[in-house]
Write a protein that binds this ligand. Structure first.
Ligand SMILES: [Zn+2]
Length: 346
């Protein structure tokens, strides 16, 4: 096989925010060391074992990698355990695709196109739920932004909108954009006026919430388009703008309100699926709620033999199950293992 250069997968058919990419480096000197010294395998056996090796999803996606895996943003990384450089380092690229109606067809088409030999690509599945998916998305969003540069507020608004309305061409909408503002005339949706983007109050409120969630661990309080806000201040604004009423949140206790807000955002992870194209946001929220409950009930009835399903609590917005599809690109790893083995066996 010819030397494999890094070939990017074509992910343009997936809506923004539905695919998360992870890159993990593995040191082949360390992995050979583990297989030959700790597991006492002969080099040839170690080679064939390592060639078949696929790290766990946990090893590929967690932030704190362990030997022989490590993460590095450097252009010329070195193994943090043994100091080896380029020739000894291979990378695994892992793509996590949120399952669902907006991605299933694109995912199947992508899988069909990939080479099959030698497990160059390995597909795995994991059950998750919309809450976990939402927080993972938020975490990835936070890591991709430079919170010391104020333009991140516009970028975060954009990523939220991309996730909410994947079919819109946001490149065009955000081209040359200087500011995002609350609209005083729109009841729903958004409009661009010159270099400013105006969002309907509920969209704007959600953009503020996302900004708060992204930055609250970075700053005291959270940074938003409305400046630095404590949780109390944020909730006061959302109440004043009618957003809490819009969602039917009547609690006074800030932590209860906050929990409900986060649950609401998490439960609507696949916003595009519930958007009907017409009708108000309120309708969509109501529709979403009943849909979510139905799915969850079915699931509980089918799955749970030990636990009795909890009695329905109309106040609670439950998150729904989501299947995560992982696609692991092993091409670079396979190539490097072969070249390194050459130097071991000679
Ligand atoms: Zn190493």
């Amino acid at each position: 096989m010819a030397t494999v250069k890094k070939r990017e997968l074509d992910l343009k058919d997936f809506p923004a925010g539905t695919v998360t990419e992870y890159t993990t480096l593995v040191c082949l000197a360390c992995i050979f060391d583990i297989f030959t010294k700790q597991l006492n395998l002969a080099p040839r056996t170690a080679f064939s074992e390592i060639k078949r090796h696929t790290p766990t999803i946990e090893e590929l996606t967690s932030r704190g990698a362990m030997r022989p895996y490590f993460d590095s943003d450097e252009k010329h990384p070195h193994c943090p355990y043994c100091g080896k450089a380029k020739r000894w380092l291979a990378r695994f690229d892992t793509y996590c695709i949120e399952g669902g109606k907006t991605t299933d067809a694109a995912r199947r088409a992508l899988l069909r196109k990939l080479p099959k030999a030698e497990d160059q690509f390995v597909a795995q599945e994991k059950k998750s739920d919309s809450g976990a998916v939402f927080f993972e998305w938020l975490d990835t969003l936070g890591r991709s932004l430079d919170l010391n540069d104020e333009t991140w507020l516009i970028d975060a608004s954009r990523m939220y909108l991309e996730r909410r309305e994947p079919k819109t061409n946001w490149d065009e909408v955000f081209d040359g954009l200087r500011a995002v503002r609350r609209s005083s005339r729109l009841a729903e949706g958004w409009e661009r006026d010159g270099t400013r983007l105006f969002l309907a109050p509920s969209l704007y409120s959600e953009a503020l919430l996302i900004q708060y969630l992204v930055s609250r661990s970075h700053a005291h309080g959270g940074l938003t388009l409305e400046g630095r806000l404590t949780l109390m201040e944020l909730i006061r604004r959302l109440r004043y703008s009618g957003y809490l009423e819009h969602l039917g949140i009547s609690e006074r206790d800030p932590s209860e309100v906050f929990e409900k807000l986060v649950n609401h955002l998490a439960a609507t992870h696949e916003w595009s699926r519930v958007r009907t194209g017409s009708g108000s946001d309120r309708l969509i929220v109501a529709e979403k709620k009943s849909k979510t409950k139905k799915v969850t009930k079915k699931k509980t009835a089918k799955k749970s033999t030990k636990k009795k399903p909890a009695p329905p609590e109309p106040e609670v917005i439950v998150t729904e199950p989501v299947k995560l599809h992982y696609l692991i690109d092993r091409r670079d790893f396979l190539e490097k293992v072969k070249s390194v083995y050459g130097s071991y066996s000679s």
